[in-house]
Design a protein. Structure first.
Length: 138
């Protein structure tokens, strides 16, 4: 059974993602902080990581960099409430496999997880990166 590590400090959202992954036939591993998530990663190597950028103890972007130093090919889906272009570009630079903005559409999340697990290791970005802000015309 594939394991999905969910590093998310919002308990209700982490639980919802955990239920979704369980329903999809995966074993969810929940962590409410960067430290807990990295500990879980080292103890029970997952097949995919869902990683929030806004964690209480560290930036998810820093955690992504550390995950990449442990396993360069592990798919990591970034989720964030702050979906601006700078975060998306930085996540891509640091090796994110996908990027979704909160509030999450659970069907979109499910599709992203399936694509990432199927294409594991090919480095494809499965989820859309937010569009650049529109510049108003004068």
């Amino acid at each position: 059974m594939s394991r999905i590590l969910i590093i998310e400090d919002e308990a209700a959202l982490a639980s919802a993602i955990g239920q979704l992954t369980r329903r999809m036939g995966f074993e969810p591993l929940l962590a409410a902080s960067a430290a807990q998530g990295l500990e879980q990663l080292r103890r029970r190597r997952p097949d995919l990581v869902v990683l929030d950028i806004g964690l209480p103890d560290r930036s998810g972007l820093e955690v992504l960099q550390e995950i990449r130093s442990i396993d360069a090919d592990l798919p990591v889906l970034i989720i964030t409430a702050h979906g601006h272009l700078q975060n998306a570009v930085e996540a891509k630079k640091r090796g994110a496999s996908g990027y979704l903005v909160k509030p999450l559409d659970l069907r979109e999340l499910e599709k992203s997880l399936q694509v990432l697990l199927q294409s594991q290791g090919d480095g494809a970005v499965a989820a859309a990166v937010p569009d650049a802000p529109q510049i108003p015309r004068c």
